[in-house]
Ligand binder design. Structure first.
Ligand code: AMP
Length: 401
């Protein structure tokens, strides 16, 4: 079975085509600048160099058509015909309280995703455009939706409610939802397999640290608490997002700086985090390079960033009455040995001992980086959200057949 995984944003559409026989990626790529002049399509067939083309792509249906052109191109394509695509899986950021697991797309499911537009105004409408574009181009092909929030639907009320008037939860569903759920679920499961233990037996903290970043406490194999909240702004300090702060800062800043709601929103989401403190970059590679040159602002940004990761790990160890497994994943978590070392250096009180050599090694495989005597097993597990989407889609479509 061949499954196309799509992550549709408002002006971009990323794709990966999987052969589910061996879960290999046949091709991947992205369409950028949808709706602007000179849209860019980048297509990479497995084992061959990527190709780029520039054309005018005004909306998502044309973007999906261009992807089909690439996938069936006589030179760079990997399919004889688009009829070879058996199913399409979509990444959906917000499943609200409705979706506890992935689902096949039906008129009812589309209606529910629409009902959640308010909770994820930047993401869910774009995902819906992706679903509709696929309907138009690949008519009749089954589609599935896989939610970033679904894994966290197991959180108890004491984790997901905010201490504000209950009426706000009842009327507007204001609560913690959490994100990166697909990633946290995948790396937790993989970590348990690497350790050769049942996931249900572990007290695990998963740190997904990429452009966006979140920590999740996984207890008895389920999400017990997570650092992102109603939106992906809460929790850890991120590339350009502030993460946790005193909510009173928002009205105070609006008043002092004469900012509108949308300006303050943009400040916290796009002009904060590593970028704001370093004054240099939101990219951890540039921060750590600048630190080596003695840049004190980059050093401060790094110190704040790692301090906040460590605080969350400590908080979740307390929340679960212990921790025996710590997992690092995503762009920064998988690649930055210095970040892992700095975070873990303050956790020796938990009996956690990192092996400096294992930590420094580079590998695309999931691996243990703690010493054999460490009371907490520390692992690096490369995440693969697209593969989870492909697997869930495969399962749902196979069950229907
Ligand atoms: P993601 O959102 O998971 O794709 O992560 C992207 C981020 O990972 C980039 O913005 C970089 O900050 C970070 N990253 C990638 N490679 C490295 C590296 N070798 N060292 C530190 N950070 C990295």
């Amino acid at each position: 079975m061949k499954i196309l995984v799509i992550n549709a944003g408002s002006s971009s559409l990323k794709y990966q085509l999987y052969n589910m026989t061996d879960e290999s990626v046949l091709a991947s790529g992205r369409v950028e600048r949808i709706g602007m002049d000179s849209s860019i399509v980048t297509h990479e067939p497995a084992g061959k160099p990527e190709v780029r083309s520039v054309s005018e792509i005004l909306e998502h249906t044309t973007a999906v058509r261009r992807v089909m052109d690439m996938l069936t191109d006589p030179e760079v394509g990997v399919l004889a015909s688009i009829n070879e695509i058996d199913a399409v899986g979509h990444r959906i950021v917000h499943g609200g309280e409705t979706f506890r697991e992935s689902a096949l797309v039906t008129p009812e499911v589309k209606l529910e995703i629409r009902n959640l537009f308010d909770l994820a105004p930047l993401h869910n409408p774009a995902h819906m455009m992706g679903i509709q574009a696929v309907e138009a181009v690949l008519t009749g092909v089954p589609q599935a939706v896989v939610f970033d929030t679904a894994f966290h639907q197991t959180m108890p009320q004491s984790s997901y409610l905010y201490p504000i008037p209950m009426v706000l939860y009842k009327r507007h569903k204001i609560r913690r939802y959490g994100f990166h759920g697909t990633s946290h679920a995948y790396v937790s499961d993989k970590a348990a397999k690497v350790l050769g233990k049942p996931l249900e037996s572990l007290k695990l903290v998963s740190c997904h640290i990429g452009n966006g970043a979140s920590c999740t406490a996984v207890l008895e194999g389920k999400s017990y608490d997570t650092s992102m909240g109603m939106t992906p702004l809460e929790g850890l300090m991120m590339g350009t997002r502030s993460g946790d702060l005193d909510p009173a800062i928002v009205p105070y800043t609006m008043n002092k700086e004469d900012l509108t709601l949308s300006e303050v929103n943009s400040m916290l989401n796009k002009h904060s985090g590593l970028m704001a403190i370093s004054g240099l970059s939101s990219d951890m590679r540039e921060i750590t390079d600048a630190m080596k040159e003695g840049d004190s602002h980059a050093q401060l940004a790094f110190d704040m960033y790692t301090y906040r990761v460590r605080k969350y790990i400590g908080a979740y160890a307390a929340a679960m009455n212990g921790i025996d497994t710590l997992v690092f994943t995503a762009g920064v978590g998988e690649n930055s040995a210095v970040l892992r070392e700095t975070v873990c250096s303050g956790l020796t009180f938990l009996g956690l001992e990192l092996d400096p050599e294992l930590n420094a090694q580079r590998s695309k495989e999931a691996r243990i980086i703690s010493t054999p005597d460490s009371r907490v097993s520390v692992l690096v597990v490369p995440t693969n959200e697209e593969l989870i989407i492909a697997r869930d889609t495969f399962k749902l479509v196979s069950a229907e057949a």
